[in-house]
Design a protein around this ligand. Structure first.
Ligand code: OGA
Ligand code: MN
Length: 215
């Protein structure tokens, strides 16, 4: 029997199928409720000081640009129980996807995001073609009550040129979105109340000269 706190082989297979057919997958309750609840508890009780202003670029190139994004983030670590549970679930998914698709995914990194009222993230790609080690983006939502008037939708576009979103996704508790990082531009519309998510990336090993566009 498979560990109930890991994705079942069926879920891995389902995600793999969608990724190979269309490059993305949207699931409404893939993660066990126990993990989702723990993460919600965690993100809503962390102190303000535990989050920092998200930026663009890494290390020496790090820049905060509030024209572009205004959320605050906290990287997930193994030493906190709910964060470790999430990372473990994603680790099983990584192995499952490698088995199904031979993607050579090497590791995973993720952070909580808090969008306070009026916060947004303008249209962007998480990776630039041929110049990244970020292969797959995951977005997981932690908002138990979200209505149309709360804004904060994730708009996902088919490619660089498309102006009409392929999907408009409400950040509802338990929704998981996975897509090829260099293929799908996306944006977060201004939220009208506190909005919580976890953004993560499955990566391949860096092969030198790698530049990730964000954080
Ligand atoms: C990101 C991102 C979207 C969201 O952090 O790169 O696109 O819904 N986040 O939190
Ligand atoms: Mn993004």
């Amino acid at each position: 029997m498979s560990d109930p706190l890991s994705p079942s082989p069926e879920i891995c297979q389902h995600i793999a199928q969608y990724l190979s057919d269309q490059g993305y997958c949207i699931l409404e309750s893939a993660m066990p409720k126990s993990i989702t609840d723990m993460l919600y508890q965690r993100i809503t009780t962390m102190r303000k000081e535990d989050f920092f202003q998200a930026g663009i670029g890494r290390k020496n190139n790090f820049q905060v640009d509030q024209q572009y994004r205004t959320d605050h983030i906290h990287w997930l670590h193994q030493d906190q129980a709910s964060e470790a549970a999430y990372l473990a679930w994603m680790e099983s998914l990584r192995l499952g996807l490698n088995q199904a698709l031979f993607m050579g995914l090497f590791d995973y990194e993720a952070h909580f995001s808090h969008y306070a009222k009026s916060d947004f993230y303008k249209r962007h790609l998480d990776a630039f073609k041929g110049n990244t080690n970020r292969i797959l983006t995951t977005l997981f939502y932690l908002n138990p009550q979200w209505d149309k008037q709360d804004g904060g939708e994730l708009l996902m576009y088919e490619n660089d040129k498309s102006q009409i979103p392929l999907h408009t996704i409400m950040p509802n508790m338990g929704t998981l979105v996975i897509f090829l990082s260099d293929q799908f531009p996306h944006e977060v519309l201004a939220a009208q109340q506190d909005r919580y998510s976890i953004a993560g990336w499955f990566r391949v090993k860096a092969t030198g000269g790698v530049l990730d566009p964000a954080y």
